[in-house]
Design a binder for this molecule. Sequence first.
Ligand code: FAD
Length: 476
Amino acid sequence: GPIVVWLRDDLRLDDNPALALAAETNRPIVPLVVLDEESDGVRALGGAHKWWLHHSLESFASSLRGKGSRLTLRRGKAKDQVLDVIEKTGASALFFNRRYDQASRAVDDAIGEALGDQVSVERFTANLLHDPENVETTSGGYYKVFTPFWRKVSESGPRDPIDPPDGLKQPDTFPQSDDLEDWELLPTKPDWSGGIADFWTPGEKAAHDRFETFCDDLLSDYHKGRERPYADDTSRMSPYLRWGEISPYRLWHTAQAYANRRKTVPDEAIRTFLQELVWRDFNYHLLFHFGPLADKNFNDRFDNFSWRSSKKDLKAWQNGLTGYPIVDAGMRQLWKTGWMHNRVRMIVGSFLTKDLLIDWRDGERWFWDTLVDGDIASNTAQWQWIGGAGADAQPFFRIFNPITQSERFDKNGAYIRQFVPELKEMPDKHIHAPWKADKDVLEKAGVKLGETYPEPLVDHSEARDRALSAYDEVKG
Ligand code: FAD
């Protein structure tokens, strides 16, 4: 009988073990995607996610047609839909690539059990370079610190990527499929997606094209380029990895082959890039072993932390109206493009959790709703890290100063000018902290604090003291 290949965050033909190994059997293939908003604990997609998924599915469906196949779309509880498709097609096997969060694993296991011996279930590793249970400390536990994790996984390189299948054999009939338009994933009233569409092209081909540009033009300077928020100097692979439109194995080996071929790529550049890919695995390692990473403090001392609750301050942060230009630029980049530079994610995360003393979970949820790369492991682990509650956390007392960070990483204010146009005319020297500028400087730049641009929401040094006293109460 046919094989149902259930695709989740792996919307690609290249290096897709479930699809490639199903194709190798020469049996008919039924590619299936389920929009599951009903299974227990499975996290609902954010707004930016939905926009991405819509375009990604369009692109993937077209790639499958190019292989002589067709994508089946179903909406509903994953278990019901998968079992129904298996029954309707008389399939004798179900293939999929593994997922790692608790709720999704429970769904996958329950389907495996329900199918019993009638239908064989094959699971593959596709989206992580290292399966979380295969990386163990010498005492048999899991890693909570990145560097030893990196050292351990560096003992053996990741497998080679698998080429896309030549063709996919059709079943006698394809099962009934939803129409993608009926899923209504795109925003309508209002349509806020214009900036995202200008900035991104979802899909497997766009992922490969962008990665080639990155290797050609940016990789050799990556170790420095990654600290320049105003430049387009990073790979921008995060949403493609989030949806599995490109494989981390493909990225690893392609980047390494480039570096070997081109003597102009310094060791530090390629090593830093490969390390970033492994950070992603490390976050999944934490998610897998810890469990509720989106909800519970990894460090349970923070369960007693007195976070402030201020809807007004949270809103000002979300809208990019805190009065700290680098923070506001980051938050507006996020809203406009569905993405934010890593350095700035750290700055805005520190500002929310330390300067405003607002729970990291509020920041995590906002990112989840607005990022196109919002990732179940990286977003949660990184928010815990920046908020001080994480595994390998930034010590809580090391509080980012948003002004000196801005002066250091956006010296000439190019990033701020791009996303906070009302400060465009401010001189470089004063753009990082406009409230410190003399009246005539502000006037000349057309800035009226409190009118055209907000006064700072808090005083950083007072806020810092407040955060440190709150921390004193839990640090033990
Ligand atoms: P590059 O610098 O080109 O890095 C290449 C790849 O390495 C990235 O695509 C990503 O997969 C991985 N990577 C890089 N840095 C990290 C990191 N710190 N942790 C994990 N993986 C990393 N990344 C997400 O993919 N999804 C998220 O939801 C997410 N939320 C974050 C929240 C906060 C508060 C912070 C501080 C960081 C978060 N990151 C997240 C990590 C990082 O900011 C992004 O992966 C990166 O900015 C993506 O841009 P890029 O693809 O150009 O990265």
